[in-house]
Design a protein around this ligand. Structure first.
Ligand SMILES: Cc1ncc(C[n+]2csc(CCOP(=O)(O)OP(=O)(O)O)c2C)c(N)n1
Length: 326
């Protein structure tokens, strides 16, 4: 059993606030997508909030993250402005990417969020490249994190990046969100190894497996990996065990699995409803305190939606700007 770093009540409160903001954001996006208010496609992070929250809590603003198609939670946890995120998802010109990125291509360089990514497995080499730049060009101790799913770990890009990151001791952390599904495909039908992180060992990279539903455990593993990377000792692979509670995308009919089983897993493992049971010794909250935090998150997200719909769409003359460097 790993020793958890000291967490103050203030930090624990921040963790819960972040998880609640992600949850409320996702519930709001789901409703508005089903209403036809949001263009494109959305993938939700409901039930996986503890991972993005615990990892990003161990990072500085100057550290980088590379996200996935399921990236709203990572973006919120890294500190992106929720009003501008919501405007982006609604395709409005005041969005983080001027409304031209949408849900799957949100980025906010000001907080080190290098981008969500519609290309599965597209983030490894970007994060590893950022880590290489920190080490060789900028010569600072910034760390890069790449989040990815179990399905994405089967892409060749993972193996290339893991190999070079370990060989060159780059300050990059591979965070696998092992949610047991890749679209309609259960993990076991495509992957023979017991744990995705078993693969890290083949590249000479240390790995740690954590309960992805426990924000304190994720945070502890992240702190250790970040310190190791900052000391120049190279990458770590963190495998966070979780479960994809929602369909692959909003609107997925989910004919490939039983809703009751998924809801039972959610009931048993939801990182929000089980937050009180996970608190480290010496940190206490009442249910009323938690309810207040959740209500504040809900109000913040409602305001973000109000902001988003009050913004204009980009002007037609803007459509092709930013596509290529001038
Ligand atoms: C290169 C590429 N191949 C296929 C797809 C289609 N696709 C989108 S998400 C997805 C499944 C990803 O599963 P996983 O990596 O486990 O992440 P999760 O959705 O479970 O979070 C697939 C196959 C894609 N977007 N990009």
């Amino acid at each position: 059993m790993r020793t958890l770093p000291e967490v103050t009540k203030e930090q624990a409160k921040k963790f819960y606030e972040t998880m609640c903001t992600i949850r409320c954001f996702e519930e709001s996006v789901k409703k508005d997508f089903l209403n036809g208010e949001i263009p494109g496609f959305v993938h939700l992070y409901i039930g996986e909030e503890a991972i993005g929250t615990g990892i990003c809590a161990a990072l500085r603003d100057t550290d980088f993250i590379e996200s996935t198609h399921r990236g709203h939670g990572h973006c919120i946890a890294k500190g992106a402005d929720v009003n501008k995120m919501m405007a982006e998802i609604f395709g409005r010109k005041d969005g983080l990417c001027k409304g031209k990125g949408g849900s799957m291509h949100i980025a906010d360089f000001s907080v080190g969020m290098l981008g969500a990514n519609g290309v599965v497995g597209g983030g490894y080499n970007l994060a590893t490249g950022a880590a290489l730049a920190s080490k060789m060009i900028l010569k600072n101790d910034n760390v890069s994190v790449v989040f990815f799913g179990d399905g994405a770990s089967n892409r060749g890009t993972f193996h290339e990046a893991a190999n070079v990151a370990a060989a060159w001791k780059l300050p990059v952390i591979f965070v696998n969100e092992m949610n047991c599904w890749a679209s309609t495909t259960p993990y076991r039908t495509t992957t023979a190894v017991e744990n995705i992180s078993d693969r890290a060992l083949g590249y000479g990279m240390p790995r740690v497996i954590v309960d992805g539903q426990n924000v304190f455990e994720v945070y502890a593993a992240a702190c250790e990996a970040v310190e190791r990377a900052r000391r120049g000792e190279g990458p770590t692979f963190i495998e966070a065990k979780t479960y994809r509670i929602e369909g692959h995308f909003v609107g997925d009919p989910e004919k490939y699995r039983k809703k009751e089983e998924t809801m039972q897993i959610f009931h048993d493992t939801d990182p929000l409803t089980h937050f009180l049971d996970k608190l480290p010794a010496g940190v206490e909250f009442t249910q009323a305190e938690l309810d207040e935090i959740l209500a504040a998150a809900r109000a913040k997200v409602a305001a973000a939606k109000e902001f988003a719909v009050s913004c204009e769409y980009p002007d037609e003359s803007e459509y092709f700007k930013d596509v290529y460097v001038d």
